[in-house]
Design a protein around this ligand. Sequence first.
Ligand code: T4K
Length: 393
Amino acid sequence: MDEASVGLKPFDEPIYITRPLVPTLKQVTEKLKGVWQSKWLTNHGDLHRELEEKLQVVLKVRNVSVFNNGTTALLTALKALDLPQGSEVITTPFTFPATVHCIAWNGLKPVFCDIEPDTMTIDADKIEELVNKNTSAILGVHVYGLPCDVEKIQKVADSYNLKVIYDAAHAFTAEINGKGIGNYGDISMFSFHATKLFHTAEGGCLSYNDDQYIDKLYYLRNFGIKNEEEVVEIGINGKMNEIQAAIGLLNLDLIGEEKLKRKEIKSVYIKHLALLDGITLLEFPKNTTDSMGYFVVKIDQKEFGVSRNEIYDSLKQYNVFARKYFYPLCSEYEPYKQLKSSSTTNLPVANKIKDEVLCLPFYGGLGAVNAGKICKIIEYIKYRNKISTEVSV
Ligand code: T4K
């Protein structure tokens, strides 16, 4: 088995982790006609309102407030909860920087909790030991769309009177026992960034069941303005504009077909990669649904023979740009590494997993044939290493 005999050559064009869904330009201009005519471009326009209503149905939640990006939405969610300044928020280090930055930007202190090895979400059994009199909230992340242990987390929160926020950036349309994931905790945030299955180019939303947040979030998102003469909150500009909302409304019609394409790609990946020793595939618990945002593998260097980093580098030689989400951990970033909870002894599982995970290209346009070719390349990387190890012995 050599490179030529298995027909392996680099892809002609770069293969990225994802490519955004895009409606046709004709559809976009058609959708924007009303916006152009009314000249109402932002500040809670008609399309913004329409998107919020549609998302309530799609996400199966009671309330939705859309924002100009997921980070502003999460910042605003934390602000809306009125947590005491300087209080501690228990969170995961295995996430995108935005999660932890939102805690710090609110004048709160992140406290890192280790993760659960299979779901890679915050380990609910380890939260309680981190709670103290300064703890005000728990911020879990449904990483790659895999749900946190929402029941256990709520139990801890109820015992200590803590708020619960979920970063559901990856979990659009994820469900637990048929219930929309945005129903758990006090507030959940979904990201609509271009790299997400459903996107508005940049954007995001908050979902929540408690109606007391409707007005509060409305004001916080718009500088705290209640009316022309009253400013009632220390708000921010978090409004989604009509062009973003138009893209979102069009994309809502495309995600069904996109999910089917991704399903086919997922089955190709599983079929090939499950056969390779040293690769663990992500499993979604039976009572949950995969929101089809990411396809993730874990590489056990000893069993696979090659490290995650070597696979990542070798794939680049074939013009395939996989991603190491989420390496390094947030606890290793400059602003957080001095925290007591950032120590590797506090985070043994996260520190192991950060060197094992690899997100493979996953989007409808990739196609089953190319997904199969990526599997062949990974297989070849393993085989090539095995041969060179045998020769050198
Ligand atoms: N919480 C969590 C857990 C998150 O993962 C995120 C964002 C947030 C909060 C914050 O939500 P937002 O404020 O972003 O709504 C990307 C995304 O920018 C980021 O939204 C996402 N998570 C993160 C996991 O991935 P990067 O820095 O890896 O993106 P970038 O620019 O390297 O793009 C990745 C690949 O996607 C490119 O190599 C090619 C492709 N791409 C990207 C863009 C922007 C396109 O084909 N077209 C595009 O327009 O962060």
